[in-house]
Design a protein around this ligand. Structure first.
Ligand SMILES: Cc1cc2nc3c(=O)[nH]c(=O)nc-3n(C[C@H](O)[C@H](O)[C@H](O)COP(=O)(O)O)c2cc1C
Length: 348
C-alpha cells in the first residue's frame, strides 16, 4: 500500500516538508485506538533466531534505523513500533544549530536515491537527552554524536565529549560521526592523527564512567584503501567496539539523474541504491582486516531484503537503513527479517 498509494502522493511534495509532515502523521497515527495491535501485526516479527548479541547488548533483530531520520529523538517510541531491532538518534551537537539553508534535501527517483546537505540541523544534545529520559519503549538506542559547525577541528574533542557526557545515561551505544560530507572539514577528523587523538580521548573518558558504553566509529564510503588501513589500525589501537560503514557518498558516478539536474541540486551526500555496492565493498574490506571482536554495522543502499542479506554476507553483524525506508516504506523491515529467517543467516 505504501508504494502504490502513499508514496506517489508523498513524492509530489518537497522532500523536507514531507519529512516533517511524516513526523506528525506517524505520531498522530500511532495514537489511534488499536494502532498498537495493528502495527505489531503489520510490521513486527519476533523470533529468537533473529536475535543478535553484541556489545553486551541483546538486539531482538539485526535491522536498525540509521542516523539522521530522528535526529532529535522525537519519534523513538513510535519508530520502535515499526519492527526495528534498534534505533540511532542524532547526529546531535552540543549547541542547537539550524543546518544549511533550504532546499537541502532532494530525491533522485530514477536512481532510488536521496541527496542531502542538511548540515547537522538539530536541537542540541540536551533536548535529545531529555526526550530519551522520558521514553517508554525499551528499544536499543544508539547516540550519534558530532561537532557544531562553528567549532574548529582543533577543539572538536570538547564537542564530542560534551555530547558523550550528556547522552551517557540515556543511550546504549555511541557513534562518533566524522564522516558527514555536509559539515565543512569534518571528514578531516578521519585522518590518522586527529582520529587517534579523538578516539583515544573518548575511550579514556568512557573508561572513567561506572560502566563503559560501546563506542563505534562511522566512516565515509569515499575513503581509499590506504585510509581504510589507517582506520583499521586505529580501531584496534583504541579498542573500538565497532565500525558503521558507511555514511553518504560525495561520488556522482553511475547516476541516471542528468548532470544538469545534479548541478542544480548542488553539493551533498548521496544515499540509497547507488551507494549500495561501495558500502558493501567497504564492509568486506573491514571484515577481512579487523579482528572478529570489532563488529560491523552495514548501512548504505539497502532497498530490499536481498540488499540486506548481501551486507550480512559481506560481514556486517547488524544493518541499518534510511533511504530504503523512504522509498519502500515501513514494511521493508519485516521483509528483511523474514528473508533472514528463510536464509542461512539466522541463528541455528
Ligand atoms: C536526509 C539524511 C540525513 C542524514 N543525517 C545523518 C546524520 O545526521 N548523521 C549520520 O551519521 N548519518 C546521517 N545520514 C546518513 C545515514 O545514516 C546513512 O548512513 C546513509 O544515508 C546511507 O544509508 P541509506 O542508503 O540506507 O540511506 C543521513 C542521511 C540522510 C538521507
Amino acid at each position: 500500500m505504501y508504494k502504490s498509494l502513499l508514496r506517489p502522493l508523498l513524492f509530489r511534495f518537497d522532500p523536507e516538508a514531507i519529512h516533517n509532515f511524516s513526523y506528525t502523521a506517524i505520531k498522530t497515527g500511532l495514537k489511534a485506538p488499536l494502532s498498537d495491535k495493528l502495527s505489531q501485526k503489520l510490521f513486527c516479527l519476533q523470533d529468537a533466531r533473529l536475535e543478535r548479541k553484541l556489545f553486551g547488548l541483546s538486539f531482538p533483530n539485526p535491522v536498525g534505523l540509521a542516523a539522521g531520520f530522528d535526529k532529535n529523538a522525537q519519534l523513538v517510541d513510535e519508530m520502535a513500533r515499526f519492527g526495528f531491532g534498534f534505533l540511532e538518534i542524532g547526529t546531535v551537537t552540543p549547541r542547537p544549530q539550524p543546518g544549511n539553508d533550504q532546499p537541502r534535501l532532494f530525491r533522485l527517483p530514477q536512481d532510488g536515491a536521496l541527496l542531502n546537505r542538511m548540515g547537522f540541523n538539530n536541537q542540541g544534545v540536551e533536548v535529545a537527552a531529555a526526550r530519551l529520559k522520558r521514553r517508554t519503549s525499551n528499544i536499543i538506542i544508539g547516540g550519534n554524536i558530532g561537532k557544531n559547525k562553528n567549532t574548529p577541528n582543533e577543539e572538536a574533542l570538547r564537542d564530542y565529549e560534551y555530547c558523550f557526557d550528556h547522552l551517557y545515561d540515556v543511550v546504549d551505544y555511541f557513534v562518533v560521526n566524522v564522516s558527514s560530507p555536509n559539515t565543512p572539514d569534518l571528514r578531516a577528523l578521519q585522518d590518522k592523527e586527529p582520529l587517534r587523538f579523538l578516539l583515544q580521548a573518548l575511550q579514556q573518558r568512557n573508561a572513567s564512567k561506572i560502566k563503559a558504553k560501546p563506542l563505534l566509529l562511522k566512516i565515509a564510503p569515499d575513503l581509499n584503501e590506504e585510509q581504510l588501513k589507517d582506520i583499521v589500525e586505529i580501531a584496534v589501537e583504541t579498542k573500538l567496539d565497532g565500525i558503521i560503514a558507511t555514511n553518504t557518498t560525495i561520488s556522482r558516478e553511475g547516476l541516471k539523474t542528468t548532470v544538469a539536474s545534479l548541478d542544480k541540486m548542488g553539493n551533498g551526500g548521496i544515499s540509497g541504491k547507488p551507494l549500495g555496492a561501495r558500502a558493501t565493498e567497504v564492509i568486506r574490506y573491514l571484515r577481512r582486516n579487523l579482528p572478529e571482536s570489532i563488529r560491523i554495522i552495514g548501512v548504505g543502499g539497502i532497498m530490499n531484503a536481498e540488499d540486506a542479506l548481501e551486507k550480512l554476507a559481506a560481514g556486517a553483524d547488524l544493518v541499518q537503513l534510511y533511504t530504503g525506508f523512504i522509498y519502500e516504506g515501513p514494511a521493508l523491515i519485516k521483509q528483511i527479517n523474514k528473508k533472514i529467517l528463510e536464509g542461512k543467516l539466522s541463528k541455528q
